[in-house]
Design a protein around this ligand. Sequence first.
Ligand SMILES: [Ca+2]
Ligand SMILES: [Ca+2]
Length: 168
Amino acid sequence: MIFRISIISLALATYLDIRYAEAYCPDNWREFSGDCYLFLTHLPMNWQSAWDYCAHRGAKLVEIEDVSEDNFIIQNAKDFHIGDCFWLGGSDAELPGVWMWSTSRTMLMYTNWAPGEPNHHQSDNEHCLDLLYYAGYNDAYFWNDEYCTRLCHPICEQPSVPEGSIIG
Ligand SMILES: [Ca+2]
Ligand SMILES: [Ca+2]
């Protein structure tokens, strides 16, 4: 009897360990390298609304720090086949020409601007960062400075392991 209970508890502990070891993301969020990403493809909105949408969920409008994260975001954007724009969390509204990640308040280190961007188009009125579809570049996505009132799809980012449960 004791043997059977210990087998069950061992199995349960193993199950919980496996669940814990797998990076946890909420439903509809996609996991990559310790973070969770939500691609909101059905509700385009302006940049500030996108920032607020993510903030209200305890997340940030996505901040892309390196090429591997960029490739993940772009591949996912392509998978939706909507050929449109997605909002990233960058802005140069405070200091035109100085691009900052608006939640972390750090300067962009890695960038992936489209050829000729940022171009301050629309009478120097493009102060928000988007991931824009370029059909002419073999269906590629690149970064672009965009006017902030354009309706694009938010991408939210948050850590995959809830705060407080990180061991060590
Ligand atoms: Ca990031
Ligand atoms: Ca532009």
